[in-house]
Ligand binder design. Sequence first.
Ligand code: HEM
Length: 119
Amino acid sequence: MEILRHAVLLVHLSGFAILFGAWVVEAVRRTGAVTALMNWGLLIAGVAGLALAAPWGVPEGVEFNYAKIGTKLVILLIIGALLGIGTARTKRNGSAPAGVFWAIGILTFVNAAIATLWR
Ligand code: HEM
């Protein structure tokens, strides 16, 4: 079970990499566009994250930090809403509002920071 949990964590991290990587590409190109890859990355990270939020495949006595997991879930939902707005605006104008675009990247980075720094 522990190896399966690690495999799900690998999927979770791949989703994060797809979301953040796709965002960095658009930031460096200065398009300000929200792309389909960002939506896929969030979906993959979200589904795998929910699977990891349940206490399975962990050694006996390991405590789960549900405040941290809940915070990450709230931030993920906000990123999802911003991606929805950004996708619609990109279809119409070719780019998302700058505030929406930057919030997506910053909040994704904040969630990765919470995941790794909040112990
Ligand atoms: C954009 C959204 C997200 C990002 C960038 C992200 C990032 C990460 C990263 C970098 C890790 C590895 C940290 C470590 O193992 O020390 C991690 C682990 C984890 N994430 Fe996320 N995450 C996101 C969303 C979520 C959501 C929505 C949930 C649950 C509702 C979640 C639950 C977890 C759990 C439980 C772990 C620990 C896995 C373990 O140690 O077994 N994540 N996340």
